[in-house]
Design a protein around this ligand. Structure first.
Ligand code: ADP
Ligand code: NA
Length: 329
């Protein structure tokens, strides 16, 4: 059986992008894989966080995953900082990672921006921690978005370097898992940029906690062009906003883009947008209600997190002992 690991940063504001690009694809994986899903709060503090908000966001992320269909009875769902083996392995792996490899990571360059000298060591070492997250469970498969592909490549390189140094086959080299039908959900205000919770405009994205009225307003205001939808997918190529809305529709309805176009060819946005709104609301509303219900039951969440933590500790500590033995501790 494959072992799947994936992490998501704690945010109470998970977006439709996170849902369609990641979480929705994880749900069916639970049936025929051994899955671990982790709220990566250690990664979150590579940028400044308010402690109270971070704690709240972490719980909201857990509730959001459960409400979206991650079943803690089938999968191991836990919080990264509660399982200390992640940090311990991260240190060991950092001693097998040449600086030159980290210097090539484009996400650090993007996130650090011009102010490189002020960026913290944690932001630079982020991909080593991600390697530890995956390798501490000897995960064989990792669902990754476009943005994390380079980091998974690095994970494989580090695993290989460790195996070669000790002349062992300790870590399997994890394979990327292809994302589903919407690997890149774009901003509703600018079809050339990723829908992201860091975008300053709230109208650029839909949150799992948005109510029906908010969703309707955001879709009504979504940028489009004046033309009706085409018959042919190819005609969407130079219409990023239209393409994005049709892709979202297809991903939510479990239909291909050509099938969505079959239903809506020649429809103007005044027809398509209300249909899209209705679909988004019908999918997100039950999730939203479940999130709110789960957040009102802290005891249930605590119980579930304790179980997840214990399962994750059991696997990771056994592996960490073997690694410590190899290293000479
Ligand atoms: P963000 O990119 O919003 O900061 P994370 O880095 O925590 O969120 O990503 C969590 C998961 O959600 C990753 O697998 C990432 O690829 C996916 N994801 C985030 N934004 C989008 C998007 N706009 N479209 C598709 N997938 C996305
Ligand atoms: Na996220």
């Amino acid at each position: 059986m494959s072992r799947v690991f994936s992490g998501i940063q704690p945010s109470g504001n998970l977006t439709l992008g996170n849902y369609l690009g990641a979480i929705k694809n994880w749900v069916p994986m639970q049936d025929n894989n051994n899955c671990l899903f982790c709220i990566v709060d250690l990664h979150a503090i590579t940028i400044p966080q308010d402690p109270g908000l971070l704690r709240q966001a972490t719980r909201e992320a857990v509730a959001s995953l459960i409400a979206s269909g991650i079943n803690p009875k089938k999968s191991t769902l836990f919080i990264q900082s509660q399982v200390s083996a992640h940090s311990e392995l991260s240190w060991i792996l950092s001693c097998f990672t040449p600086l030159g490899w980290l210097n090539r990571m484009t996400q650090f360059k993007d996130k650090a921006g011009k102010n490189r000298e002020q960026a913290c060591l944690g932001l630079y070492a982020y991909p080593v921690l991600m390697a530890a997250d995956v390798l501490i469970y000897k995960a064989t498969h990792v669902p990754v978005g476009e943005d994390q592909k380079q980091h998974l490549e690095l994970t494989r390189d580090i695993a290989g370097a460790f195996n070669r140094y000790f002349n062992v086959d300790h870590f399997p080299l994890p394979e990327p898992l292809i994302q589903g039908p919407a690997p890149r959900v774009m901003s509703l205000r600018d079809g050339t940029r990723k829908m992201s919770k860091s975008d300053p405009s709230d109208f650029s994205r839909i949150h799992l906690l948005d109510d029906a009225e908010t969703i309707a307003l955001k879709i009504r205001k979504a940028k489009t062009d004046p033309n009706p939808l085409p018959y042919d997918v190819k005609e969407l190529e130079n219409r990023p906003e239209a393409q994005n809305l049709v892709t979202i529709y297809g991903a939510l309805a479990n239909k291909t883009v050509p099938d969505v176009l079959k239903d809506f060819a020649e429809a103007p946005f005044s027809i398509f947008k209300p249909a899209l709104t209705e679909l988004i609301v019908s999918v997100l509303n039950p999730i939203r209600e479940d999130i709110l219900r789960l957040l009102k039951d802290p005891h249930m969440l605590d119980l579930c997190l304790r179980e997840g933590k214990e399962q994750a500790q059991e696997i990771s500590e056994k592996n960490l002992s073997e690694i410590q033995e190899l290293v000479g501790f």
